[in-house]
Design a protein around this ligand. Structure first.
Ligand code: PMP
Ligand code: GLU
Length: 403
């Protein structure tokens, strides 16, 4: 076994993704024969729609997948992404304003490498998706996560005005992982205007944009600002809306100078996203969108049922009902933690996994201790069984906490 100090300081400072780590632990327990319920991972449990799989098979059989593709992806895919975005953007999007990456996660990583020098300030709202902080750290940036002053924990211009330093990058996630909150058109518009006035880049992560529920609407940044000569950058992908997490396919839409800066990096990192996944994504983006509508409707149903049940469990609370994505980010009452003899939500998550066999990531990884995240992108019977276990696990502590 080599020592930690044998590795780079950069690597030593890094924390492995907590969402992936909790799922790994759950899978290890399951392999050892434990009946674990894993609601830790943010991925839909639907199989990739058959028409998308068939398009990938057809591309292989047509000998289209043996060789390197252009760094930023095949033109038909970039064109299809541009065309789809043009249906709701302020100005038409062109293929040269798109680069395709190995998941949206790589788009985000490469953007941080391309935009941030050591010490540059990047701002986001707390709680935030786990990889934002570590990716910013890998760029040597000064990552500032602000706790918004509202129950929905949505960032506002007032929060940004209170910053005393110039902000190089504003990182927004709409709909938000882990809170499931959706910014209104007015809210996003105000943030984009502020960034424009301050020459601040905006990375707007819209990976959950097609997954909004109960009459809420999603407003893409593309419908509010033009991209040409602009610092607005959109990140999206097929993982969530088409249930294609394993295909590893995402993209960035931005001014062509941003795309060129990213492609320079990508040419030394991946050369290109996997060819067969690009053909699958092409079928997803340009095919019948009914598959997305069907999955969205099922997720909406799961949100409503899971929210109703979870918020009735004594000791657990959700500040504002989510309107998008597929997570419930709930608080564990401090009195309940104390009654269990635990001093953190991380310790709670560990006990819950060991004793109740339910895997959930703790709020610590999202910059917000005291909370846990539950992904409801699972079969309702599985979610209900997990909630039964959580309720049973909490019952003695809730009773003690109420005394
Ligand atoms: N952004 C957010 C907010 C996410 O939750 C995820 C989940 N993996 C990603 C980006 C990256 O998605 P992917 O790499 O699977 O495209
Ligand atoms: N984005 C998902 C999540 O938040 C997938 C896991 C990951 O990439 O961190 O769980």
């Amino acid at each position: 076994m080599l020592a930690a100090s044998d590795f780079s300081k950069r690597d030593q400072a890094l924390t492995p993704s907590p969402t992936l780590a909790v799922s790994k632990k759950a899978k290890e327990m399951a392999a050892a024969g434990v009946d674990v319920i894993n609601l830790g991972m943010g991925e839909p449990d639907f199989q990739t729609p058959a028409a998308i799989n068939q398009a990938a098979i057809a591309a292989i059989e047509a000998d289209q997948t043996s060789f390197y593709t252009p760094v930023g992806g095949i033109l038909p895919l970039r064109q299809a992404i541009a065309d789809r975005a043009s249906s709701y953007s302020l100005a038409p999007i062109q293929a040269k304003q798109v680069t395709v990456t190995t998941g949206a996660k790589l788009s985000l990583y490469v953007l941080m490498q391309a935009l941030l020098d050591p010490g540059d300030v990047i701002v986001t709202a707390k709680p935030y998706w786990v990889s934002y902080a570590e990716q910013a750290a890998l760029a040597g940036a000064d990552f500032r996560a602000i706790t918004p002053n509202n129950a929905a924990m949505k960032l506002t211009v007032a929060d940004l005005e209170a910053m005393e330093t110039p902000v190089k990058v504003l990182l927004l996630n709409n709909p938000t992982n882990p809170t499931g909150q959706v910014y209104s058109a007015a809210e996003i518009s105000a943030l984009l205007d502020w960034a424009k006035d301050h020459d601040t880049f905006v990375i707007l992560d819209e990976i959950y944009g097609h997954l909004v529920y109960n009459g809420h609407t999603f407003t893409s940044g593309l419908s509010l600002q033009e991209l040409t000569d602009s610092r607005l950058i959109i990140v999206d992908g097929v993982s969530k809306s088409y249930s294609m997490t394993g295909w590893r396919l995402g993209w960035t839409i931005a001014d062509e100078s941003v795309i060129a800066a990213m492609n320079k990096l990508l040419s030394h990192m991946t050369s290109n996203p996997t060819a067969v996944s690009q053909y699958a994504a092409l079928a997803a983006v340009s095919g019948d969108q009914q598959v997305v509508a069907d999955m969205r409707r099922q997720l909406e149903d799961r949100l409503n049922r899971t929210y109703d049940r979870l918020t009735k469990i004594p000791g657990l609370s959700v500040a504002v009902k989510p309107a998008g994505a597929f997570y419930l980010f709930f608080q564990v009452a401090p009195a309940v933690l104390a009654a269990l003899g635990l001093d953190s939500s991380q310790a709670f998550a560990s006990r819950l996994l060991e004793e109740a066999h339910v895997a959930l990531p703790a709020g610590e990884g999202f910059g917000m201790p005291g909370y846990l995240r539950l992904s409801y992108a699972k079969d309702q019977a599985v979610i209900d069984a997990a909630l039964d276990r959580i309720e049973t696990f909490l019952a003695p502590a809730s009773a003690a906490g109420q005394q």
